[in-house]
Design a protein around this ligand. Structure first.
Ligand code: 0X9
Ligand code: ZN
Length: 305
């Protein structure tokens, strides 16, 4: 049976998703973002307990090797549906959740079957033997500017030939545009480094007009996680300021092009000891951190209006 003491392959995650959809038909619904290059269906689950809730969109595993992200997304889905804790119930039932546990389906499959460290999509390049692009550099927001991505198909941060050249990114843009009135918060799950990153990724010379609020929310997230007995420390701030310049990311596209005010990238455990190969015993502790962090993040977001 499915659980959170090991990592699962795509097929197992999808079977679990089917089971969840069948078990909670009154409050769950499948949605389809689109098709990957290799023809897989990019699936999501919507969880909605009542009408009129504000929406939160969670995109996970855009980078193939970041397995802790889909493990955390499935854990989070399970908590929203099964937790009996008052705070979690309130979080679950006061928002409409749109969650894509494995976005980069082709890359994820490849990371299981062939190359554990695969990051990118799997679409071949027309004039180069290297395969794939960094889906998180392929969105049409400051695409390929400021050295925040590479034009070399062999680079791990290859931006793709054009914005939306990757079928996965193109499908997500179309899907998010279609449902843009149904969510106000966008969160992208990544690993690793223990950061809560906000826009902008494309420059550290400029900050969003609501950056003070963004930092206040970030602090609430980090403080909540530090309050757990694990003592895990998260840094927070703009991507360009805290980490590095990254252009054409999904979060920045949503923030800039869909005019959303709250968008974060969570970079999960650890700080590099295990890196992308986070041991399975850390899945649940990581998820506990996610939950207290999310509770604080959403609470503070609501408080600041
Ligand atoms: O470089 C990335 O795409 C992310 N880091 S990772 O090590 N997981 O590859 C950070 C991207 C965060 N930036 C924004 N979304 N603005
Ligand atoms: Zn990543």
């Amino acid at each position: 049976t499915f659980g959170w003491t090991k990592y699962y392959e795509l097929e197992e995650i999808e079977a679990w998703l089917d089971e969840v959809l069948a078990t909670y038909p009154a409050v769950t619904e499948e949605f389809i973002v689109g098709k990957s290059y290799e023809g897989r269906t990019i699936r999501g689950i919507k969880i909605s307990y009542k009408t009129g809730n504000p929406g939160i969109f969670i995109e996970s595993n855009i980078h193939a090797r970041e397995w802790i992200t889909s493990a955390s997304a499935t854990w989070f889905i399970n908590q929203l549906l099964t937790s009996k804790e008052a705070e979690v119930r309130n979080l679950a039932e006061s928002y409409d959740w749109h969650i894509v546990p494995v976005f980069n389906v082709d890359g994820f499959e490849h990371s299981h079957k062939k190359d554990r460290m695969w990051r990118k999509t799997r679409q071949p390049h027309a004039t180069n033997a290297c395969i794939g692009a960094d889906a998180n550099r392929n969105f049409d927001s400051h695409w390929l500017e400021n050295n925040g991505a590479s034009n070399n198909p062999c680079s791990e941060t290859f931006a793709g030939d054009t914005p939306g050249s990757e079928p996965e990114a193109k499908a997500l843009v179309e899907y998010l545009t279609k449902i843009k009135d149904q969510f106000s918060v966008y969160i992208s799950f990544h690993s690793y480094g223990q950061y809560l990153l906000s826009p902008y990724g494309h420059t550290k010379e400029e900050f969003p007009e609501n950056y003070d609020d963004i930092l206040t929310i970030g602090k609430a997230f980090a403080d909540a996680i530090e309050g757990l007995p694990y003592g895990t420390v998260y840094q927070y701030g703009s991507t360009a300021d805290v980490l590095y310049v990254a252009t054409g990311t999904s979060v920045d596209w949503v923030f800039n092009e869909l005019d959303k005010k709250i968008g974060y990238t969570i970079e999960y455990r650890d700080k590099g000891r295990y890196g992308f190969i986070l041991p399975p015993v850390q899945i649940i502790p990581n998820c506990e951190e996610l939950m207290v962090g999310m509770l604080a993040l959403i609470e503070k977001t609501k408080e600041l209006g």
